[in-house]
Design a protein around this ligand. Sequence first.
Ligand SMILES: C[S@@+](CC[C@H](N)C(=O)[O-])C[C@H]1O[C@@H](n2cnc3c(N)ncnc32)[C@H](O)[C@@H]1O
Length: 291
Amino acid sequence: MTVLRVLARKWIYVRKAALVKEALKRSLLLACSLIPPLGRLVYNLEISPDGVSVGTGDMARDWDARARRNARWYIYWDAWKTEEEFDAAGEADVRDVVLKELVVEPGARALEIGCGIGRLVKPMSRRTAEVHGVDISAEMVQQGKERLEGLTNVQLRVCDGALSAYPAGHFDLCYSIAVFRHLPEKRFVLTYLAEAARVLKAAGIVRFEVWATGRADRREQGGTLVGVTFSEVEMRQLLTRLGFEVLEVEPRPGLPYVIYTARKEQRAGDETRVLVHWTRTRAESLQRSTT
Ligand SMILES: C[S@@+](CC[C@H](N)C(=O)[O-])C[C@H]1O[C@@H](n2cnc3c(N)ncnc32)[C@H](O)[C@@H]1O
């Protein structure tokens, strides 16, 4: 009996602590939205293994500084200490996230938006004929080129917020993981999605991750570390307007982000053969989204 009472008390204590933590988080988020300078400070605040610092709000400058400080930590802070664990995390994310339920045929071309130092590009190079990566940070791209030297089907480039280096209808797959969640304004995400619609072949696949939104953390503006949020309705409308068919919207387990998978529409007369395919039928997707 005593044991049960102790356990019950402990449970109430843990529950209360969680409620207090959630209330504090929500109050802070509310304060951030009411007092913009506070928001800018909080969304740009960084506590890394090298200490505390505050980003400037300029995407290229902040990510260059992060790459110089500790690129692997800022890219993937769950597995950054050794090159081996960083590589293993990239391999797992390509298998379980980037290519989940997609079939890649020989000859496929892929493009990553926000490639960093090539954590995902490296395993993608073993599965595609060509993989290209763009990043806003010249420092990330430089380190990526050094890391992936010798991989002949890889090309990394610095970009300025668009995909202007690439021709229309060129790629089978365009993906972006752990990038849009850091963008400080929605228009940057919109430009990349419109650009993805341009550079993909007809029926090509776009897969990307954004911050999901709850009532307390809806953000139109953020910093270069904690970026904007999109509601599902908003993102579905946007993708449809850009000529994509939404195939799946999947929350990332244990994380506040969602992954969208969409297919560029194919018009009558579009002859190009796309080499990356979604494996589920429309009926299966609908069934999963309702269960
Ligand atoms: C957390 S890292 C993720 C890197 C890579 N996608 C991965 O999962 O390994 C975020 C990357 O996005 C890049 N980035 C930030 N803002 C960007 C923008 N507006 N355009 C392109 N890349 C951006 C950063 O420089 C950084 O390399």
